[in-house]
Write a protein that binds this ligand. Structure first.
Ligand code: UD1
Length: 418
């Protein structure tokens, strides 16, 4: 007899799309290849990780099939923040779009809860898979938990230890309620254990964002920097959208003063999030940027302001950049794997492995620090990095293996109370 696990995946905002794409692809691969997909997946596990690396028993899993559905909450809705990624990353059209749109945190969360519950009641999935730390992640976890539907959280255990960040609240709530905590880096295990969470809920998977990066890298246009007229290896890319950086005018001004110092030496490409574009208009900062026009070279020093870029274009630019300036979580990880120096414009990071072993440095919203660290990169005095365990392109396959392990385990119906 075949046993089918019905999985409902949730996406809502831009960084979710790169994370769900490899998980959905790994589900398809399992259905096609079965246990052959597991070959080499769990080799070379360092001793400290072995309690959290629990492959399924091959004898129990032969006949497991996976069915999957995709729900898009509609938290991000602009073409350039959402649809464009579906085509590029090979994600199927969502089966359901909740169309919640923008709103305050309370309104957005409430709308998702209200719209997602009937989908759960109608579809009755065996498992809901959520990724990352956005409002959609938390709201859908809460709706499922209230209906006693198990949740798997991809990228569990990350903590900035800063509860003023909306994402930190989302992470705490999601990890408290999810049954399967799928961890991407060592600090995730440490945080979950220190919060008293039962180790039986924790699995070390590695980083799905890197699965996407490694699988898409060959398709990223090698000639794009040249097409834009960029001096090879002598330009920077920048993203900035955190409320603490752009909604606070003083911080934004201070950051820009630092970046202006960098941009007096090399071109800085700045694909700006809608929130950031709004603040630039509101603060009258337009004059601090060169408005990038399609077809015009970005060869001179300066900050080139442009709309958000498709995934493959940003990847093509990041690959050959001299440095990346960012307040995004995912870019810190991508920079480490690409081996590009990364200046994180925040006081903390929930991804400390990118600093400990990777190419990342925290510079805060401080003009002097941005200037000094960028200078050390330009002078060739910056550190080199290595990627953490299982940032190897196969994290999503491990996640599918862990879902099957959980499904076939004797205590599947038990939810450890912590
Ligand atoms: C959200 C996530 C954040 C993630 C970021 C990546 C939360 C709490 N935050 O932040 O973790 O790093 O996405 O992009 O979930 N807007 C548009 N078009 C869109 C989407 C948003 O114009 O397609 C505008 C909204 O009207 C709003 C602002 O951008 O004014 C912020 O959108 P919102 O989804 O609230 O949060 P983000 O800042 O994008």
């Amino acid at each position: 007899m075949t046993d089918t696990i019905k999985i409902l995946h949730v996406v809502g905002a831009r960084p979710n799309f790169m994370k769900i794409a490899p998980v959905m692809a790994a589900v398809r691969r399992w259905n096609e290849q079965g246990t052959a997909m597991l070959d080499g997946l769990f080799d070379h596990v360092p001793p400290g990780y072995s309690p959290f690396v629990r492959p399924p028993f091959p004898s129990r899993i032969q006949r497991i099939r996976l069915e999957q559905l995709l729900v898009h909450t509609g938290q991000h809705y602009d073409r350039e923040m959402s649809q464009t990624f579906f085509g590029e990353l090979g994600i199927s059209e969502p089966d359901v779009n909740l169309g919640v749109g923008s709103g305050s945190h309370g309104i957005q969360t409430a709308r998702i809860l209200e719209a997602f519950e009937p989908v759960l009641l109608e579809e009755r999935p065996d498992l809901v898979v959520v990724v990352g730390d956005v409002n959609s992640t938390m709201a859908c976890t809460l709706a499922a938990a209230k209906l006693h539907i198990p949740v798997a959280h991809v990228e569990a255990g990350l903590r900035s230890l800063d509860r003023a960040m909306p994402e930190e609240v989302n992470r705490l709530v999601t990890d408290a309620l999810a049954r399967l905590l799928l961890v991407s880096e060592n600090s995730g295990l440490t945080h979950l254990l220190s919060e008293g969470i039962h180790p039986g809920r924790m699995y070390y998977a590695g980083n799905v964002m890197i699965d996407t990066l490694l699988s898409r890298l060959p398709r990223a246009d090698r000639d794009l920097p040249h097409t834009l007229g960029l001096p090879p290896g002598h330009y920077a890319t920048m993203t900035l959208h955190r409320p603490s950086n752009v909604d606070d005018r003083e911080h934004f001004d201070e950051i820009l003063r630092g970046v202006e110092n960098v941009a007096s030496r090399i071109p800085v490409l700045f694909p700006a999030h809608p929130r950031t574009q709004s603040r630039i208009a509101e603060y009258g900062y337009d004059g601090r940027f060169i408005r990038w026009q399609q077809g015009n070279p970005a060869s001179q020093p300066g900050i080139y302001l442009m709309p958000p870029l498709p995934y493959l274009e940003l990847l093509a630019l990041n690959r050959d950049a001299q440095m990346i300036l960012t307040d995004s979580g995912g870019l810190q990880e991508e920079a480490t794997v690409l081996g590009i120096p990364c200046l994180t414009i925040r006081e903390n990071t929930e991804r400390p492995s990118t600093i400990e072993t990777g190419t990342n440095t925290l510079v805060g919203p401080h003009a002097d620090r941005i200037t000094d660290i960028a200078q050390s990169i330009i002078d060739g005095k910056y550190k080199k990095g290595v990627a953490p365990l299982f940032w190897d392109g196969r994290a999503a396959e491990r996640i599918v293996a862990y879902i099957i392990e959980w499904w076939t385990s004797f205590n599947r119906h038990e939810f450890p109370c912590n």
